[in-house]
Design a protein. Structure first.
Length: 154
């Protein structure tokens, strides 16, 4: 059941991050999405806090550049790149159709390599169809799988 609540908890943490840095939720969500590649959630929060305080976060160079642009006021969807980070941002913004396919989700789908954009779209569509059949919002279906996959590897 933790998967059903994962994005609600994430949005609450992003709201707190925005408040503590006197910025908008949209900006904090964009920074979080930009910094998310290859980053654990707790580390992502710390890096985003640094970034919103105009400290140069220690992370992947491309992620850092994108996050800093967003922290300085750039529109997140004009800066974010790649289907995963864009979907993550949309999920933070409340889009229940967003499907975030990170390494954990790809592992759960037995996908051993990074998907091409077309493969990403096809896999996301397949997950949306399955979620609809189960009567779940796609975002929650994805987060349930994600949480289960993470627990199975510990």
């Amino acid at each position: 059941m933790s998967g059903m609540l994962w994005y609600d908890k994430a949005r609450n943490q992003i709201s707190a991050l925005a408040r503590s840095n006197n910025t908008t939720y949209k900006r904090a969500a964009g920074v979080m999405a930009a910094l998310s590649p290859r980053c654990r959630w707790s580390q992502n929060l710390k890096l985003a806090d640094d970034c919103l305080q105009r400290k140069w976060p220690r992370t992947l160079p491309l992620s850092r550049r994108r996050a800093m642009k967003i922290a300085r006021g750039a529109e997140p969807l004009e800066i974010l790149g790649g289907p995963k980070t864009i979907a993550f941002y949309k999920a933070f913004m409340g889009d229940t159709e967003a499907i975030v396919l990170d390494s954990w989700m790809l592992r759960a789908a037995n996908h051993t390599i990074s998907p091409t954009p077309l493969q990403y779209i096809r896999l996301a569509k397949k997950l949306r169809r399955t979620a609809t059949k189960l009567g779940l919002p796609p975002l929650h279906f994805q987060s349930i799988i994600w949480c289960k996959e993470r627990k199975s590897t510990r």
